[in-house]
Design a protein around this ligand. Structure first.
Ligand SMILES: [Zn+2]
Length: 187
């Protein structure tokens, strides 16, 4: 049975008039979704923990839970719920934007959303959650030169490994934009 991967961004109430409402799940709705998964017997897992199931090496009722970009609301609103149910999750961080506010889409979306700072990211990690890389600056990777691509991909991993002192083995393509070259680079 394929392993569902739940891909979240913000766990917060969407501000009025916000574009891309679909990036928001309210804290109440998120709590209900996790409660439902738990009731149905699912275990929520980080990507690393879910990989053996995705590869067919392990069997069980699991879903992978991921958060893109690393918003502070993930720490404030999602983490307590995940902990309540004994779930883990992966948060993909933009390593040069820790403590900033989504510079890559704040203009387009008309709303500034705070990203986790270094200290907050350490809290996320200390709670048993996984941190994955999501580039340094959130560019569209296929538009980059070879040198910039490596800087964004390898660089973000190095930044996070230095900060957290653990191997960072997961990568998420900004905007989901990836061709053959980006997939090879990720490997
Ligand atoms: Zn993103």
């Amino acid at each position: 049975m394929p392993v569902p991967i739940l891909m979240y961004h913000n766990i917060d109430r969407a501000p009025k008039g916000v574009k891309l409402r679909g990036l928001y799940v309210s804290p109440e709705r998120f709590r209900r979704q996790m409660a439902l998964l738990h009731r149905l017997g699912y275990q929520g897992l980080s990507m690393s923990a879910a990989l053996p199931y995705i590869r067919g090496e392990a069997k069980g009722k699991v879903v992978a839970i991921t958060f893109d970009d690393g918003y502070r609301d993930n720490l404030e609103n999602a983490l307590p719920v995940l902990q309540h149910y004994g779930f883990t999750a992966t948060c993909y961080m933009v390593s040069a934007a820790l403590g900033a506010d989504n510079p890559w889409d704040a203009e387009a979306l008309g709303v500034h959303k705070p990203l986790m700072s270094e200290t907050e990211l350490r809290q996320w990690q200390a709670a048993g959650m996984e941190v994955g890389a999501h580039s340094r600056h959130h560019p569209r990777l296929p538009d980059l030169t070879e040198a910039d691509l490596l800087n964004e991909m390898t660089g973000s991993r190095q930044d996070l490994e230095k900060l957290l002192a653990v191997p960072v083995t997961q990568f998420c393509y900004p905007y989901g934009a990836a061709g053959q070259r980006e997939r090879e680079a990720a490997k």
